[in-house]
Design a protein around this ligand. Structure first.
Ligand code: PBG
Length: 326
């Protein structure tokens, strides 16, 4: 028979599972994940978030069990969000030594010294108005907020946080936090900057979980416009100049182009934040029996790595680690 060179036979490399494994370009492992935990003040708290099935607000007495499971699954890092009882204008609960995230950090580092604790550094969970900084003239005042953010970062590092992750989108936050950490003796603590954070409707369920919905207005004067791409490069470049050690792109699914752009921009580790609304959509469809949850989740997370993410912050981390282990 004559050899047909008229076309390429791509199917040769898809012929069976072994061949497909041999040529697979992207893999997921438990090392890729950072698992978010909502730590609540109080005792005996284990509140499932109604818009996020399988995700709970946990008090300190329930935290150890959760982190033990995370560790057993091979996940190396958790990111903590606080759910305090009291809130005030300045978000005091974010930067006091007895803040809920500081307490949770100390507990985790005492009990599981190898577990990396990432501290989300923001004020919105602690302010009475729900914004990510101090309010002046009905808007968040950039420079007044920076001082409180720096205090928050230092108090989190003092409590034992391994990575500081500022998420409030004030200009200059990496510089101010880097200087404050260095002055306090934490030169070795990296900054995982939410460098590119869009003003996104996909954060809705998180705001249920963290009780952090803004009480007036929205976050559009500090979080980015979803229509913009070049602006993401400006944000990422600025944070690199200011000394960020990781760059987060958030959300992930509707922003895979941005993940790729940021990947191409630098050699710094890129983190995709697979946010709450992205979790809820898949959960809702799965609970209705409309999609194959496992297959859809794996495909989504692979797409983030393929786009260029090195790490993924995801509420699916435990599920996926379990699937990968089997
Ligand atoms: C705090 C913060 C938010 C998220 C992470 N850090 C909420 C927001 O900016 O409104 C959202 C995460 C998610 O939706 O999973 N600023």
């Amino acid at each position: 028979m004559e050899t047909n060179n008229a076309f390429k036979r791509h199917r040769r490399l898809r012929v069976n599972p072994a061949m497909r494994a041999l040529v697979r370009e992207t893999v997921l492992t438990a090392n890729d994940f950072i698992y978010p935990i909502f730590v609540a003040e109080g005792e005996n708290v284990k509140n499932e978030i109604s818009s996020m099935p399988g995700i709970f607000q946990l008090s300190l007495d329930n935290l150890t069990e959760e982190v033990k499971e995370v560790q057993k699954l091979g996940i190396k890092a958790v990111i903590l969000f606080g759910v305090p009882h009291a809130k005030d204008e300045h978000g005091t609960g974010a930067f006091i030594d007895e803040g809920i995230v500081q307490q949770a950090t100390r507990l985790i580092k005492q009990t599981f010294p190898e577990m990396l604790v990432v501290a989300d550094t923001c004020l919105c969970e602690y302010t009475s108005h729900g914004h990510c900084g101090v309010i002046e003239n009905n808007d968040v005042d950039n420079d007044a907020s920076l001082k409180l953010l720096a205090d928050t970062a230092v108090s989190q590092a003092k409590a034992g946080a391994d990575i500081i992750a500022p998420s409030n989108m004030m200009d200059g936050f990496v510089t101010v936090i880097r200087v404050a950490l260095d002055e306090a003796g934490f030169t070795h603590i990296p900054i995982m900057s939410y460098a590119v954070k869009y003003s996104s409707a996909f954060y809705g369920p998180f705001r249920d979980a963290a009780n952090s919905t803004p009480q007036f207005g929205d976050r559009k004067t500090y979080q980015m416009d979803p229509a913009n791409r070049l602006e993401a490069l400006r944000e990422a470049n600025t944070d690199l100049d200011e000394g960020a050690d990781f760059l987060i792109v958030k959300p992930a699914l509707s922003y895979l182009d941005i993940i790729r752009d940021v990947r191409n921009l630098s050699n710094t580790p890129v983190v995709a934040y697979n946010v709450s609304g992205e979790y809820s959509m898949i959960k809702a469809a799965a609970l209705n029996g409309w999609i194959d949850e496992k297959a859809v989740v794996l495909e989504k997370l692979i797409s983030m790595k393929r786009a260029g993410a090195d790490l993924i912050i995801t509420y699916f981390a435990k599920d996926v680690a379990r699937w990968l282990n089997n």
